[in-house]
Design a protein around this ligand. Structure first.
Ligand code: SF4
Length: 392
């Protein structure tokens, strides 16, 4: 990384990005194609996804206890903010800069000719909507080898209600790889891992999965890959089959465990059990694959709260999780029809007179669960997982 100062301006040219800071209050980061990726303006943090959605996180600096605000900007707001970013960069004294900095800044200014709509059209040419990713994959290269989820019937999950599960044929997957390569351009350098989407791509039999991995590795070499799988699909592969995938570059598997309580799994119509989760997580460990577990704090409302917490902690204590494993604790927000259809969860909860936790109670439950997991020895990395903050 090279740090260059021009009066108050600081320009950091990193191997895979550029940071532009006109003063202490503002820092703007760009990928190598010149696209803004994130920026700070005093107490506001903006993140722009490849899909051109701009997320804002904001906590008023004059009020320590004020709640953090997070939201996705409207297209009009996003356009205004992006125009504002480029207007700042346009003020940079280009004539004084050395050649590398000048090249980077010119690329950023050249990007300003593209509208949000044009960028989104390019994104949509490469991808079908990506409903969710694990937080440490927001800067991976997402490759849609399959669409949807094989089960698609957990009552709390509305991510893939708009699509049936299908496999992308290999020749179409190769076209997808080229579209993604064209979209990312030089910015692919920023993304050091591959994520095989959608919800359950790793359930494919290895003789289907390996040609997909090889094709992906030919276009985006020298990267490990990861993906989601659910326990009931993952268990169908043996340790040897998972080890073969490890040898092909699979380094992390994200597993939606949700809870260690079998009754709660049944309530939300998710197949599997705590015992099956334990066996599967041990299989992954035997194959040397790092594990990410997703837990849903507040799932099952007041009725299940303490049993859910205790059974989940009991399950985790048996899993021999280490510092390379991650536990994501996601506060559960009851899905509504506006999330993508009738909420089967809400219907069932109402029918069984299950009272939801308030958002404050859910957050407190997530914090308590995280604290108790941290007390396990050895303990994994623990990270919050706010589904609404997902971006790509
Ligand atoms: S939670 Fe996982 S298994 Fe259940 S429907 Fe959603 S993606 Fe499929």
């Amino acid at each position: 990384m090279s740090v260059n100062r021009y009066g108050e301006w600081i320009i950091s040219t990193k191997a895979h990005s550029t940071a532009v800071s006109p003063d202490r209050e503002r820092v703007y980061s760009f990928d190598l194609e010149g696209r803004p990726i994130s920026w700070f303006e005093s107490d506001r943090v903006y993140k722009r996804g490849l899909d051109s959605r701009v997320h804002l996180r904001f906590r008023p600096s004059d009020s320590r206890n004020a709640t953090r605000t997070r939201r996705v900007l409207s297209d009009r707001e996003a356009t205004e903010r992006l125009d504002g970013v480029l207007a700042v960069v346009a003020e940079f004294p280009l004539a004084r800069a050395d050649p590398q900095v000048r090249r980077r800044i010119r690329k950023i200014l050249a990007w300003s000719g593209k509208t949000l709509g044009e960028e989104r059209t390019r994104f949509c040419a490469a991808y079908r909507p990506i409903p969710i990713l694990p937080p440490d994959e927001y800067f991976s290269i997402v490759l849609q080898a399959t669409f949807g989820c094989t089960w698609n019937a957990c009552t709390f999950c509305s991510f893939y209600l708009d699509r049936n599960f299908s496999l992308r044929p290999l020749d179409r997957f190769r076209e997808h790889l080229e579209q993604v390569r064209a979209l990312l351009g030089e910015a692919a350098a920023l993304r050091r891992r591959l994520f095989l989407a959608d919800g359950n791509a790793l359930m494919l039999a290895n003789d289907r999965l390996i040609p997909i991995i090889e094709a992906a590795g030919n276009v985006f070499p020298d990267r490990s890959f990861s993906g989601f799988v659910d326990v009931f699909s993952g268990r169908k592969k043996s340790v040897e089959q998972w080890r073969l995938l490890y040898e092909r570059g699979l380094r992390r598997v994200h597993v939606g465990i949700e809870t260690g309580l079998d009754d709660l799994l049944r309530f939300v119509n998710k197949p599997g059990s705590a015992k099956e989760s334990l066996d599967f997580l041990q299989t992954l460990a035997s194959a040397k694959i790092d594990r990410s577990l997703i837990l849903m704090a507040g799932l099952g409302g007041r009725r299940y709260a303490s049993a859910h917490r205790e059974a989940t902690l009991d399950l985790l204590s048996k899993m021999e999780l280490g510092p390379r494993d991650i536990v994501y604790v996601s506060p559960f927000h009851e899905p509504t029809p506006s999330d993508g259809g009738e909420s089967a969860y809400a219907h069932r909860a109402a029918a069984e007179k299950i009272e939801p936790l308030s958002s404050e109670e859910t957050r407190a439950e997530a914090a308590l669960l995280a604290r108790k997991i941290r007390a396990l020895q050895p303990h994994p990395r623990i990270a919050p997982y706010e589904l609404a903050e997902f971006f790509y």
